[in-house]
Every structure is written in C-alpha cells, then in structure tokens.
Design a protein around this ligand. Structure first.
Ligand code: FE
Length: 178
C-alpha cells in the first residue's frame, strides 16, 4: 500500500515539474516551432504583400505609427490607446488594414499593452527571432505589409498559453456594429 502511495506521489511530482518546465520562459524559442504555422500564407491568399518605400510609409502613417511599424519601436506601457479597451470589435493593422485580432481573444494583462491569446488567422502573422536589447524574444510582424506589431510570449492564458503583446500604435480598433 505504501509503495503505491509513494509511486503515485512521484508520478504526480513528475507531471507537475513537466508542466512547469514547459511554461518556463527559456522554452519560448525551443518551442517556437510549435507556434502557429505561418508558412501557409500562399494557400490562404496572403501572398498579396504590400511594398512601399519608407517615404511613402512616412506620408501615410502618423509619426508614432511609423516609429512602431517601420522602425520596430515600442510604445511605453500603459500609454497606448488599447491596453485598457475591452469593447467588442476587431483590431486591424494600422499599416494595411489586415484584420489581426478579435476582441474575444483579448485578455486583461498587467503588462500595459493590448494582449491576445491568438490572432484571427495565423497566416496573417510572421514570427521572427528577435535578439535585440540582450533578450531573445519572438517578434510578431504583419504578414501583408511587414509592419512590426509586437512580440509573443508563452505566459498567456488557455486555450493557447500564448500572449501576443501588441503595440496599440500598430493597430486600429474597429468597434463591432451594434
Ligand atoms: Fe499590415
């Protein structure tokens, strides 16, 4: 009886440790291949990419949008338009209008940026390793216009466990029609 109890205890400990290891930040890049597949872009019609010169982008975007989308800038936490917006609607790319995130995947995160657990369609996103600022992160880019949106981390809520941490300034919010 005692043996069964000890074996059961060991089995549960192993499962708990396994789960914890899978969630640790170190694993973000190790499991990058588990990220939604962005190689399907061609099949889903997302191969109509937009190319513009930097002068053209500068004319179209506000200085803040340009800084984020074209120069990989980051707005300061808790200063963007949408970190605290929980209206129903759709978030589109400020560069090209692609529908990126739905309000029903947005969650309250203490990080100060709009956070979502998944994009509307993984083919609309490109993932790239970002080693800037002495960190290793996974950058999130609009597949259509190449604009920098933010980063994705593996500390999000179910069902995906992902947190797409996106700059408000890289998006526009389209409220749902009532
Ligand atoms: Fe875009």
């Amino acid at each position: 009886m005692l043996k069964i109890f000890i074996l059961g205890f060991i089995a549960i400990s192993v499962l708990v440790l396994w789960n914890y290891a899978g969630r640790s930040p170190k694993n973000i890049l190790l499991t990058k291949n588990n990220m939604p597949d962005s190689t399907k872009n061609k099949e889903s019609g997302m191969n109509d990419k937009i190319f513009k010169t930097e002068d053209e982008w500068k004319k179209e975007l506000s200085p803040e949008q340009y800084k984020i989308l074209r120069e990989k800038g980051t707005e300061r936490a808790f200063t963007g338009k949408y970190w605290n917006n929980f209206e129903l609607g759709t978030y589109v790319c400020a560069g090209c209008g692609t529908e990126l995130f739905n309000s029903d995947t947005k969650f309250e995160s203490s990080c100060g940026w709009p956070s979502y657990f998944e994009p509307i369609d993984s083919s609309r996103i490109i993932y790239r390793e970002d080693k800037s600022f002495g960190m290793t992160r996974t950058e999130v880019i609009c597949a259509k216009c190449g604009g920098h949106l933010g980063h994705v981390f593996e500390d999000g809520p179910p069902p995906t466990g992902l947190r797409y941490c996106i700059n408000s300034g890289s998006m526009k919010f389209i409220p749902k029609e009532k």
